[in-house]
Design a protein around this ligand. Structure first.
Ligand code: SAM
Length: 211
């Protein structure tokens, strides 16, 4: 993601605590209290500018969505979407996916979405990939039993790496497509990156795995 320095981003985030949750650890084990219902929680790690979580929240009002994004300068674009959409079932966390266990207890999350995660192609950066074994262990600690990861990317190398990582971890493959847009998968919501790369003719790889 190309980053522009946005000195005002921090202040804007702080001005909307109803959308970008300022102290998410207080809801660990009790996200129902924030959403004021007991609907399942689905999270997207690396949510970027937030189109996916916002559109998913519109399409599925019976699910609560949380978009997690590290970069202040990027999450402000997701915040603008939420301000505009005024949806009760979507929130944002400005935090690192490495710290998910601080904010979610075992069983808090039903499903994790990873969309167009940074590929980190160099071997020495392998541990930063969101499908690395160390992340799969973190996800296991917050998901329900039989919880799922839904992953899509245009990056073939990252997709191949991730299938091996999921398999070595013992996850069960439920769905795989090597060309999502030409498959019969219904209800796909395009992310910002998905639109950009598919318009350049890249096939989109997608899989669903289950713990
Ligand atoms: N999911 C969006 C999409 O498909 O349009 C954004 C994809 S962008 C390539 C990846 C995003 O993940 C970036 O905004 C980056 O800041 C974020 N990210 C990378 N590592 C992260 C981490 N460990 N925790 C939270 N966000 C992360």
């Amino acid at each position: 993601m190309r980053l522009r320095h946005k000195p005002w981003a921090k202040e804007k985030i702080e001005n909307y605590p109803q959308y970008v949750i300022p102290n998410p650890a207080q809801y660990r084990g009790n996200w129902d209290a924030l959403f004021k219902n007991n609907q399942p929680v689905h999270i997207e790690v690396g949510t970027g500018k937030g189109r996916f979580v916002t559109e998913m929240a519109k399409a599925n009002p019976d699910i609560n969505y949380i978009g997690i994004e590290l970069q202040e300068s990027v999450i402000v674009a997701a915040l603008d979407r939420l301000i505009e959409a005024e949806l009760p079932n979507v929130k944002l966390l400005n935090t690192n996916g490495e710290d998910l266990q601080e904010f979610f207890a075992k069983g808090d999350v039903e499903r994790i979405y990873l969309n167009f995660s940074d590929p980190w192609p160099k071997n020495r950066h392998e541990k930063r990939r969101l499908t690395h074994d160390s992340f799969l262990r973190i996800y296991e600690e917050i998901l329900i039993d039989n919880g799922e990861i839904h992953f899509k990317t245009d990056n073939r190398g990252l997709f191949e790496y991730s299938l091996v990582s999921f398999t070595n971890f013992g996850l069960r493959l439920k769905f795989v497509s090597l060309d999502l847009h030409k498959s019969d998968f219904e209800g796909n919501i395009m992310t910002e990156y998905e639109e950009k790369f598919s318009s350049k003719g890249h096939p989109i790889y997608r899989c669903e795995v289950k713990y």
